[in-house]
Design a protein around this ligand. Structure first.
Ligand code: ZN
Length: 81
């Protein structure tokens, strides 16, 4: 499975689509996430690369989110629990 989304997050790439709303982000526009989302506590709901709605599972110790095209991200990989 693709690891593109995980790689983009780890690299700190600017999202193309807003992870909370799925709307396309205009270039140069600043993304404002809720405090819990920016702290990695809240799972993204949309793939930031393609804007697809992701399959999200929230666990007691974190979350994982999967885009059918860009792969799976687990909050553990982001270094936060
Ligand atoms: Zn995607």
């Amino acid at each position: 499975m693709s690891q593109e989304l995980l790689e983009a997050l780890l690299a700190g790439d600017a999202p193309v689509f807003h992870p909370n709303t799925g709307q396309e982000v205009a270039s140069g526009e600043e993304i404002i996430l809720s405090p819990s989302a920016s702290a990695g506590l809240e799972a993204p709901r949309f793939c930031q690369l393609c804007g697809r709605r992701m399959v999200v599972q929230v666990r007691p110790d974190g979350w994982d989110a999967r885009c059918s095209r860009h792969g799976e991200v687990d909050s553990v990989y982001l270094g936060r629990r």
